[in-house]
Design a protein. Sequence first.
Length: 119
Amino acid sequence: MLQKRPELMQEILEFVDHFYVRHRRSPSCREIEAGTSLKRSSVHNYLVAMDEQGKIEYNGQTILTPKIRALQHGITQVGIVGSIACGLPTSAEERLEEYVSLPTSMVGDGDVYILYRSI
């Protein structure tokens, strides 16, 4: 295997971290290609090499960097319920509109929902 350039590894690492902060998911090789100076096949080869060197964890789909690992530690996904029906009870899970990430220290580990009232 050819030696991988450290500056390109750093470029990928920074792109992945920035992408995760914005989208809360790992970017695809195609998204990394669009955001860096590398072609998609090179992106994949670099990700595999970085995984082998222990710089990231990469399973072919998900990329886990040290920064992402730190961001995920102690975070809980809390469902946002947009409206609560009056009358007959309905399950809150049926009406989840989206999720928000909150620190576990703030909301605990149980079933937690956020309710909001629109005017």
